[in-house]
Design a protein around this ligand. Structure first.
Ligand SMILES: O=C(O)CCC(=O)C(=O)O
Length: 283
C-alpha cells in the first residue's frame, strides 16, 4: 500500500445547479454523462496505481462473457491503496448519488475495469437485477462510472438503453434492443440508475479502455461487496467519517446496522456520535 499525497489530488465540487441537472437527466433518461469532472493529475495517478496492482496481484482475465475474456477487474479497491479513497466521496460525484438515493446510502462496490482489445460486448443487464424487486423498481442503486481513458464507439464505450430504468422487466438473455453507446473523453463520469439496461461494448481498437465503477446502494440493502469483511478495522479507522459510513460503519435511520444498540462507527472511533433510534422514542 502506498502513502500517496491524496489531499493534493483534489476535485472541484459540483454546483447545486449542476447536481440538479445531472439528477434530472438520470431521472428522465436513466443516465447522464458529464465531462471534465476528474482532473488529469488524479486520473493519471489512479491509472498508475491500477497498473501496479494489476501486475502485483497478477490479475487474470475474466472467465466468462459477462466478466469478459479480455477484461481484468480489481475488486475491493479500498482495501488496496489509500488513493482509491478519493473515488467514493468525490465532491463531483457523491452529491449526485446522495440526491438520487439519500445521504444514508452505502458504497456497494468499487471496481477497476481494464477492457482490452478483442473484448466482445458484455450482455445487457441491470445492476439491481439480483435484488429481485418488482419492476419498475424503486431507485436503490446508482452508479458512477469514471472514464480513466476515453470511452469511444471503437474501444467499447458502455451501451445503454435510454428509459429502461422504468421498464417492467430486466433484459432477457439474447434480447437485442436498440442501444446508444456512451462516448466520453477521459475524465468524464457516466452516472446511471441501477435499473438501466446497459453493458460494456466491444473493444475493436488497439488500446485498452479503463474505468472505475463506484456502485452505491440504498442504506437498507446488502452491499454487493461485503465491505465490513473485506476491509480491516484498521483500514476503516484511517478513513474519513463520511467514508466509514459509506462502507457500512454507520446505521440506516439509527437502527439498521447497529451493534449492541450503538453506531458501529464507535468500533473504530470511540468518540463517534451515536445518534440511535432508541434515544428518539418517547418513554
Ligand atoms: O464496462 C462497462 O462499460 C460496463 C460494465 C458493467 O456494467 C458491469 O461490469 O457490470
Amino acid at each position: 500500500m502506498s502513502s500517496a499525497p491524496v489531499q493534493s489530488l483534489s476535485v472541484d465540487p459540483l454546483s447545486n445547479a449542476e447536481v440538479a441537472r445531472i439528477v434530472g437527466d438520470v431521472e428522465d433518461h436513466g443516465f447522464a454523462i458529464r465531462e471534465g469532472l476528474i482532473p488529469d493529475a488524479l486520473r493519471e495517478a489512479l491509472i498508475e496505481r491500477i497498473d501496479a496492482l494489476m501486475e502485483g496481484l497478477d490479475v487474470p482475465f475474466g472467465e466468462n462473457r459477462f466478466l469478459g475474456h479480455r477484461t481484468r477487474r480489481i475488486f475491493n479497491l479500498l482495501a488496496r491503496d489509500p488513493l482509491f479513497e478519493t473515488a467514493p466521496t468525490c465532491p463531483a460525484t457523491l452529491p449526485v448519488v446522495e440526491a438520487l438515493l439519500d445521504d444514508e446510502c452505502l458504497l456497494s462496490s468499487l471496481t477497476a475495469i481494464e477492457m482490452n482489445p478483442g473484448q466482445q460486448s458484455q450482455p445487457l443487464h441491470s445492476d439491481d437485477g439480483s435484488y429481485g424487486f418488482p419492476r419498475p423498481a424503486p431507485t436503490s442503486i446508482v452508479v458512477a462510472m469514471w472514464a480513466l481513458t476515453d470511452f469511444t464507439e471503437e474501444n467499447g464505450g458502455t451501451h445503454v438503453v435510454p428509459g429502461t430504468h422504468r421498464a417492467d422487466s430486466r433484459p432477457l438473455r439474447g434480447e437485442d434492443p436498440d442501444t446508444i453507446q456512451v462516448e466520453m473523453p477521459a475524465g468524464s463520469v457516466l452516472f446511471y440508475n441501477g435499473s438501466l439496461w446497459h453493458g460494456g461494448g466491444e473493444n475493436r481498437s488497439e488500446a485498452r479502455r479503463m474505468g472505475i465503477v463506484a456502485n452505491y446502494c440504498a442504506g437498507y440493502l446488502r452491499q454487493e461487496e461485503s465491505q465490513l469483511l473485506a476491509l480491516s478495522r484498521d483500514r476503516v479507522a484511517a478513513f474519513s467519517p463520511r467514508l466509514r459510513k459509506l462502507v457500512g460503519y454507520g446505521t440506516y435511520r439509527g437502527l439498521i446496522g447497529h451493534v449492541d444498540q450503538r453506531n458501529p462507527e464507535t468500533l473504530v472511533d470511540p468518540d463517534a456520535e451515536t445518534d440511535m433510534i432508541w434515544g428518539k422514542i418517547g418513554k
